[in-house]
Design a protein around this ligand. Sequence first.
Ligand SMILES: [Zn+2]
Length: 116
Amino acid sequence: MASIPTVKAKGLRACLLCSIVLSQADFVRNGCPNCEELMQMKSSRDRTQNCTTTAFDGVIAVIDPENSWVARWQRTSKYARGIYAARVIGRVPADVEAELQSRGIKYRVRDEVDQD
Ligand SMILES: [Zn+2]
């Protein structure tokens, strides 16, 4: 389970793919609890910088795994519990986008509030 950071703590970043909010240190230490397979942030500060952003808002603590497209591509509803950003500005790196495409997954830029 992902640790739940204090929202006002410094250094919080949101994953550009699943929008989970963790401290940069957590991303570097453990990678993303949902999409590390694609993002490969673990132990890479540079990669973490590219795959996460501080440009997020609308932090929410509850998500609906059934409606999560990330959960769908994982073929599981085991979305890590934690804090998620309702809106994340930015795009995943091109290689991640290409990997999603190769798996037949349509990447949705998460800079709009989810409508589905
Ligand atoms: Zn993620």
